[in-house]
Design a protein around this ligand. Sequence first.
Ligand code: ADE
Length: 253
Amino acid sequence: MKNEMGTDIQKIGFYFAMEGEGRDFVDRLGLHHVEPFESRFPGKVFRGKPSLNSGQNIEIAVAFGGHDPRQGCDRIGTEAAVLASYVLCSNFKPDLFINAGTCGGFVKRGGSVGDLYIGTKEFLFHGRPIPIPEFTEFGIGRIPALKAPKLQERCELKPGIVSSSNGFTTDEEERAFFIREQVDVKDMEASALARLLNDLDTPFLAIKAVTDLVDAPQAEEEAFVANYRSVCEKLTDKLLFIVNCLNGAGNLG
Ligand code: ADE
C-alpha cells in the first residue's frame, strides 16, 4: 500500500525525548518493552504489532532518550535523540519515522497552548549562528520537510516551520531569528532528527504539541510545567489517530 509519501508503510519508528510524552501512547498500543538495541546507552525501546481500527498490520517501535544516569532526568535534546533514533533505525528499519513531543509555540504566528503541529517546509536550528560563510547555512539547517498535506488535513494538524536547539529558554538573538524565519514551533530535537532521517533516506515527520508560548508574558518553563500533562494527553490521542490514518494510507495517496 502506497501512502502520499510514495512509500509502503509497514513499520513506523517513533522517538520521544521524554518518557512522559510517549508512555501513554506505548501503553494504549500495548507495545512491549524490549531489551535496548544498544545496552551501553540509557535509551529505552518498546515494540509491537498493535491491533488498529483500520485492521491492517503495522509494526511500531518507539524509542526514548532514556534517563541520564548522572542527573536522573530524561535525556532531552539533540544528542540523545540522534543516537537513540540512529540505533533504532539501524535495527528496526522503519518505512516512516516520527518525532513526537511537546514544543513552544508563538502567539504572533497564531499558536495556542494545546495546538498540534506537523513540521512543514523546512527544519531549522536556532542558536547556531556561524559567521563563516561556508558554514552559516549549515548552522541554520534548512532540512526540507516531507509534504503530507492530506495527512495534515485529515488529522487536523496545523502546518508550521520547526526550529530546534539544545536550550529551552530564548534569548533576543533567537527571538529575532524566529521572526525573520517565521518559525511556528520551537523544540529541542526535530531538526536534528530531520537531518538524520534525510541522511538515512527515510521519510520523516515531526508532530508537536504546544505546552507554552515563546512570545507570551508567562515564562516558557512555567507554562511548560503547568500544561505538560494535559497537552501530552492531547498528543497521545492525536498520535493514535495518525497511526490509523497512516494505516489507511492508500486512502490518503
Ligand atoms: N518543549 C516544550 N516547550 C518548549 C520550548 N519552549 N522550547 C523548547 N522545547 C520545548
